[in-house]
Design a protein around this ligand. Structure first.
Ligand code: DC
Length: 226
């Protein structure tokens, strides 16, 4: 595998994108970029200003925010004006703030440029909502990863429980559906599958099965692209 390759993984919240992408990147020796973390960092910045759902305020702040990504022992860390916010951006209230700011075109333009710059010259696996459609339109492989909303909510509940922060299933399901609706109905780069994306539904697959399936698809695509 001497040539670099790129794999775009898009899909709704909680489909397993980041867990699968991380495992796949490790197994293929590629860089993994979690683009949602970048929107989350911007969302956190605007949340702290109390203006995450004010598009005009968000657009006005787009060039004030200093967001950087670093890789520490292969793990992605995200910094906001030098502060490591890797953990803070996982707070539940940041999810909707990230979705809010991500609908603002100026934010998307800046994030997409940053994402392409980080990935330049590397074999990369990126996950998000617009990777196959906008960020990496010529990706070696595009995957649209889904699972039923109920299964995605069930997994998210387990994750929160393991973190010692249980949230009722009905609440998780409701918030997840709201965010998916907002992400797929915005005007700027809405969540949708690229025309040439392979669709993978993980509802009935274990994590190991999902990774194995994606690895097969990746090797087939990389082989074909050489
Ligand atoms: O993947 P995530 O749940 O961490 O993403 C948080 C929000 O960021 C998501 O609701 C929509 C937005 N997002 C986006 O618009 N484009 C991306 N490439 C990644 C995330």
């Amino acid at each position: 595998m001497s040539k670099t390759f790129s794999i775009a993984i898009d899909g709704p919240a909680g489909a397993g994108k980041s867990t699968i992408a991380k495992a796949l990147a490790r197994s293929l020796g590629a860089m993994y970029l979690d683009t949602g973390a970048m929107y989350r960092a911007f969302g956190l910045y605007m949340l702290r200003k109390g203006a995450a759902n004010d598009p005009a305020a968000v657009a006005a702040c787009v060039n004030d925010v200093d967001i950087t990504v670093e890789f520490v022992d292969g793990a992605q860390h995200i910094f906001l004006g030098g502060e490591d916010v890797t953990t803070a951006i996982r707070e539940p209230e940041v999810s909707m703030a990230a979705s809010d700011v991500s609908a603002v075109p100026e934010v998307r333009t800046r994030m997409v440029a940053l994402q392409r710059k980080i990935a330049e010259g590397h074999s990369v696996i990126m996950d998000g909502r617009d990777i196959g459609t906008v960020v990496l339109p010529n990706a070696t492989l595009k995957i649209f990863l889904t699972a039923s909303a109920e299964e995605r909510a069930r997994r998210r509940c387990l994750e929160l429980e393991e973190k010692g922060r249980p949230v009722p299933y009905e609440q998780v399901l409701k918030e997840m559906k709201e965010r998916d609706y907002q992400d797929s109905h915005r005007a700027a780069s809405p969540l949708r599958a690229a025309e040439d994306a392979r669709h993978v539904d993980t509802s009935d697959l274990t994590l190991e099965q999902s990774v194995a399936l994606m690895r097969d698809l990746a090797l087939e695509a990389i082989g074909g692209a050489k």
